[in-house]
Design a protein around this ligand. Structure first.
Ligand code: RB5
Length: 146
């Protein structure tokens, strides 16, 4: 899979761990949109880059990590075609795929530990969308002229 990843300073350490799992561990093609150090950074700037890349169709999935995952998921969900899921455990990461066809996983580097986050990333990548009634519901996301 082609995966794009990004974080702010608060998600930097976890982003590095995830990138290593994705490319060295699982053999995915990973594009890292920063940040590249722990200096204070504004999370919307990276979230825009990753969300735009997914919305434009160049990547299969995106991963966004800030302190809580909240700000980055808010920014990403402003892009049409992006379904960013803020997840805190393997169950929500799996269901974000099965029911919501999420294409971006958002996580909080200050909220969850590395081991859990890596299991969530695996679940997010390995789980398929169930379609059916869930597809109908996703098609309703923009049904009010949004
Ligand atoms: C940075 O302090 C923090 O606000 C940011 O990482 C994120 O949690 C925002 O939602």
């Amino acid at each position: 899979m082609k995966i794009v990843i990004g974080s702010d300073h608060a998600g930097f350490d976890l982003k590095e761990e995830c990138r290593e799992l994705l490319d060295k561990g699982l053999g995915h093609e990973v594009e890292d949109m920063g940040v590249f150090d722990k200096n204070s950074a504004d999370y919307p700037l990276v979230a825009h880059k990753v969300a735009r890349a997914v919305a434009e169709g160049g990547f299969d999935r995106g991963i966004l990590i800030c302190g809580t995952g909240i700000g980055m998921s808010m920014v990403a969900n402003r892009y049409k075609g992006v379904r960013a899921a803020l997840c805190h455990n393997v169950y929500t990461a799996r269901l974000s795929r099965e029911h919501n066809d999420a294409n971006i996983l958002a996580m909080g580097g200050r909220v969850i530990g590395t081991g859990l986050a890596l299991d969530m990333v695996k679940a997010f990548l390995e789980t398929g969308f169930e379609g059916g009634r869930h597809l109908r519901r996703i098609e309703q996301f923009h049904s009010k002229g949004m």
